[in-house]
Design a protein around this ligand. Structure first.
Ligand code: PEP
Ligand code: MN
Length: 379
């Protein structure tokens, strides 16, 4: 977490005092993003010699105009993002404030997740494991929590092979209403047990706003599945949660739509978002989905958030998972999420694409070597 970011990342009035207190302790080179009730509008770039007091002065004037603040730390410059009512902002003589170098409009429709606002890549820590900016996340586990031993066996195998997080669906979005829909709440207890035994943080999907409390409580990171990428109610719910969010791209969603979905989460105050490319629908039928690795390169340009790749759902067949995973690491993804099962031929869901647990060590070693070539370490 960038120093000073979370503390100032709030749209709630009662936290304003705390935010200011934290800001005073923040390092001199800080990116300050000010959040009003409206949408972010301006970037205020402070000069290289600007003092903390000058930055504070700008923040104070913005707050007087109804602003609320959000801060991140930049390596190169001090930037203040002013967000809110256009008319009240326009009335402020911001360019004349001491220390201010430039005032620029934020042009992209996504604001909080954009690189414009936060040029440095974000590192997200999920219960001690890092993803982003040099840290590669190796997320692995069963498609679905089927029963206790199946999940524990998989968890042990992926932990031994160096995975950084355990995946496993408790609530499953199935195309057919007649197939296994997941164990539900019972699965959350199995995942807890797997975490306890292996130490791996768990990521599991939240499908229904009625399960927010249970899933947020159990998971170390909350997955929003591809089918729910534009479930705006669900996005707002996890935006208010105090857990990182793994947001998967919808099979028919554009990169911009994915970023706007992330913006829904960030707008509610949760900026710990990991994006995931998992394949899109095209005319091609030789793979389950078409893995859009170009989107990873675009996302790395457009957003400071970490981007991971799911080669399992994109491929649909286990033979393709390793080459796609290697390609993901090579294109600059911040991690992968893969499905692993002790006996894939018995799996209740997505058997053909799950890697046998016994083969996961070899798989992890091969992906790790590409990630290391790209200058990343396992997070
Ligand atoms: C999953 O990862 O369990 C899953 C269902 O994937 P997606 O939402 O990408 O289809
Ligand atoms: Mn699956």
């Amino acid at each position: 977490m960038r120093p000073g970011w979370t503390e100032l990342h709030s749209s709630r009035n009662d936290e304003r005092t705390d935010r200011r207190a934290t800001f005073r302790q923040a390092p001199r080179l800080a990116i300050v993003v000010v959040v009003y009730n409206g949408s972010p509008e301006l970037l205020i770039v402070m000069g290289s010699g600007a003092t903390l007091e000058q930055t504070e002065h700008v923040v104070a004037r913005l707050e007087e105009a109804g602003a609320q603040a959000r801060v991140s730390t930049g390596r190169e410059a001090t930037v203040i993002g002013a967000i809110g009512e256009r008319e009240r902002l326009a009335a402020l003589p911001i360019e004349g404030y001491p220390g201010v170098d430039q005032v620029l409009p934020i042009l992209k429709p996504y604001k909080l997740v954009s690189r414009e606002l936060s040029p440095d890549p974000t590192v997200i820590t999920v219960s001690g494991r890092k993803i982003g900016d040099g840290y590669f996340g190796l997320v692995a586990g069963p498609c679905t929590v089927e029963y206790r031993e199946q999940t524990l066996e998989t968890a042990r195998a992926v932990a031994a092979a160096g995975a950084t997080m355990l995946r496993g669906g408790a609530f499953k979005p199935r195309t057919s209403p007649y197939t296994f829909q997941g164990l539900g709440l019972e699965a959350l207890d199995i995942l807890r047990e797997a975490r306890e035994e292996t130490g791996l943080p768990i990521v599991t999907e939240l499908m229904d706003p009625r399960h927010v409390e249970e899933v947020v409580e159990a998971a170390d990171a909350i997955q929003i599945g591809a089918r729910n990428m534009q479930n705006f109610l669900l996005l707002s719910e996890v935006g208010r949660a105090d857990k990182p969010v793994l947001l998967k791209r919808g099979p028919s969603a554009s990169v911009e739509e994915l970023l706007m979905a992330a913006e829904y989460v960030a707008k509610e105050g949760n900026d710990r978002i990991i994006l995931c490319e998992r394949g899109i629908k095209t005319f091609e039928t030789s793979t389950r989905y078409t893995l859009d690795l170009g989107s990873v390169a675009v996302l790395k340009e457009e957003t400071h958030l970490p981007v991971i790749v799911d080669p399992s759902h994109a491929a649909g067949r286990r033979q393709l998972v390793l080459p796609l995973a290697r390609a993901a690491a090579a294109v600059g993804a911040d991690g992968i999420i893969v499905e692993v099962h002790p006996r894939p031929e018995e799996a209740l869901c997505d058997g053909p694409q799950q890697l046998p647990a016994a083969e996961f060590t070899q798989f992890a070693d091969e992906v790790r070597s590409v990630a290391e070539l790209m200058g990343r370490q396992i997070g």
